[in-house]
Design a protein around this ligand. Structure first.
Ligand code: AMP
Length: 559
């Protein structure tokens, strides 16, 4: 047994167990992240058997946070960020305030002093980047308006926490912890320096980074080396995150977010995003494992009521606060509920705050255990909230459709608007391939309906009076909504063969006589798709080859 390679055993142990428990969770129809957390508890120090290195796991998790935020930055532009600032800034600040007050209230009830309550409350107020992004990504919400508000909100929370982490040690004496009391003047100076550093960081990124990052990537892309390009993307994401933390004292996540956002302005961004995907997913898994590792399950038995109260603040208290704020800004209930659900959990920042609080004597041991217990339980509850939200969808749509005060049309479809379609074509995906198909069908006046998971695309289609459903075609209910049972054709024009396989299998069950044509990219995919019920497969590469060969052969003319 190699005992001297803790990094390897931690990565391998974490990934292998996460895989095993994740698969079991999936089999039991639970989200895989439940399995990752359990894997973490299993390799953690509080359960018998193999124990991975907690410190290392924490650092690996941090890489996950960096890559995730980089990915989010890639889908975000400065314009998007500015668009949501009027709600994200007050929203996040008011929510932090309310959650902190509730935390102080609970702390006061069990006899802690205000300083301890403040750290505890702050830790309960800030949502986890990874949990929020995983939830949004799974539901393809990152690029929707509600997703952007949630992410903007998260970024404001991030900046607020950066300030808190700098100010708490300075204020420790005043709050009743270690360290001397400082004067108001000194406090103001510290605050000004911290804010100045954040501002300087943003300015440097926008002025210098904006020129340097695309310049580097274009040079590297010109070398034609894929390997170097991948490395460049990784180096930029990680390098900027670390540099931002060392030089400007901002969080890793914020540094990576800005690096991604700047990249998004150049044409290369999509390629860059794809290059960082596999690594990002692997490290996000390690994040959940590392959270599980910190958890001491005995707190559930020692202080069940306190754990319950903590979870209540995180899941119910914070949600209601967010809900009311978003509604107060005139948003529809569906948007408010999605944002509230996204933020009803805590994670990495809470652990950092807890560790800092303990080191300054500003948080009792129980406080840390409660924060961890609250984090684990709220992360476990989070997918349930989204599940409940999906269930509420039809009701919300009916409600929002009726209310006259809602200016923005809901992105979700009104399932009942197109039951009249008969012998029609269901077209899944309206990207480079789908839009050409739709053009041809429309020209021939063939009836068809589109299923697409980008809401702006769907809105544009509807503006052109083309029936379009918003959502993932693999999700339950989507094909039914497109009246697949009476359709003649299903055309699956999305690039992901695994997802396409699920879609056609489901469609085949609903309509055994359906003609199904699917897009494929390799002979292996062709076999896979045919096995799942495709009647026709169109492989892009084969068509391109035939087209090119035809060009030559037809140009030669008769001999
Ligand atoms: P392209 O590769 O450019 O033809 O784009 C594919 C299109 O399909 C994009 O617009 C995606 O948003 C969309 N898409 C991908 N997967 C799904 C899915 N499972 N359900 C609905 N639309 C999808």
């Amino acid at each position: 047994m190699p005992h001297d390679v803790p990094l390897i055993t931690t990565i391998v142990g974490g990934l292998v167990l996460a895989f095993l428990f994740g698969t079991i969770a999936h089999r039991l129809r639970m989200p895989p992240l439940v399995g990752y957390l359990i894997a973490g508890i299993a390799v953690g120090p509080f359960t018998p058997g193999f124990v991975a290195d907690t410190g290392l796991a924490q650092q690996l998790a941090e890489i996950g946070v960096i890559l995730l935020m980089f990915g989010v930055g890639l889908h975000f532009s400065l314009k998007d960020l500015m668009k949501v600032k009027s709600i994200a800034i007050p929203g996040a600040l008011v929510q932090i305030g309310i959650a902190t007050l509730m935390g102080i209230g609970l702390a006061w009830a069990i006899g802690w002093h205000v300083g301890q309550g403040l750290i505890f409350g702050l830790a309960l107020s800030v949502a986890s980047t990874v949990v929020l992004l995983t939830a949004l990504q799974e539901r393809h919400l990152v690029e929707t308006k509600r997703g952007q508000i949630a992410i903007g909100w998260l970024i404001v929370e991030d900046i607020a926490m950066v300030l808190a982490l700098v100010l708490i040690p300075a204020l420790s004496g005043v709050l009743g912890g270690k360290g001397a009391a400082i004067s108001t003047n000194e406090l103001l100076i510290t605050l000004a320096i911290t804010l100045g550093k954040v501002a300087a960081f943003v300015a440097v990124m926008l002025i210098i980074g904006r020129r340097v990052i695309p310049w580097i990537l274009e040079r590297i892309a010109a070398t034609g080396s894929r390997e170097l390009f991948r490395l460049a993307v990784l180096a930029i994401a990680l390098g900027f995150a670390l540099g931002a933390a060392y030089i400007f004292g901002v969080s890793f996540a914020l540094g990576a977010f800005f690096a991604g956002m700047i990249l998004a302005e150049s044409d290369l961004s999509h390629r860059a995003a794809e290059e960082s995907l596999p690594l990002r997913d692997a490290f996000a898994v390690l994040f959940f494992v590392s959270v599980g590792m910190l958890f001491d399950p005995s707190i559930l038995v020692r202080e069940p009521l306190l754990v319950l109260a903590t979870v209540f603040i995180i899941v119910v208290g914070k949600s209601i606060a967010a809900l009311l704020i978003v509604l107060a800004f005139g948003n529809p209930l569906g948007t408010a509920l999605t944002i509230a659900a996204s933020l009803a959990q805590i994670g990495e920042f809470s652990f950092i705050l807890a560790t800092l609080g303990m080191s300054l004597d500003l948080l009792p041991d129980t406080g840390r255990d409660l924060i961890l217990g609250g984090a684990i339980l709220s992360i476990l509850i989070n997918p349930l909230l989204f599940f409940g939200l999906d269930r509420l969808k039809p009701w919300l749509q009916r409600r929002e459709g009726r209310s006259p005060g809602v200016s923005q049309a809901p992105a979700e479809p009104d399932y009942r608007s197109w039951p009249a379609l008969q012998s029609h074509t269901v077209l899944v995906g309206f990207g480079r391939v789908g839009h050409l198909i739709a053009g041809a069908l429309a020209e021939q006046k063939q009836p068809f309906i589109v299923i697409e998971n980008q809401d702006d695309v769907v809105q544009a289609l509807r503006a052109d009076h083309i029936p379009a459903l918003y959502g993932n075609a693999a999700a339950p209910g989507m094909l039914e909504a497109a009246n697949i049972a009476s359709a003649r054709w299903l055309l699956v024009a999305i690039p992901d063969a695994l997802e396409a396989g699920q879609i056609i299998e489901h469609a085949r069950k609903l309509n055994p006589g359906l003609d199904i044509a699917v897009r494929a990219h390799s002979s292996e995919e062709v076999l896979y798709l045919e096995k799942h019920g495709a009647t026709h497969t169109v492989m892009g590469e084969r068509e391109i080859a035939e087209g090119m060969a035809d060009l030559v052969l037809s140009a030669r003319g008769p001999d």
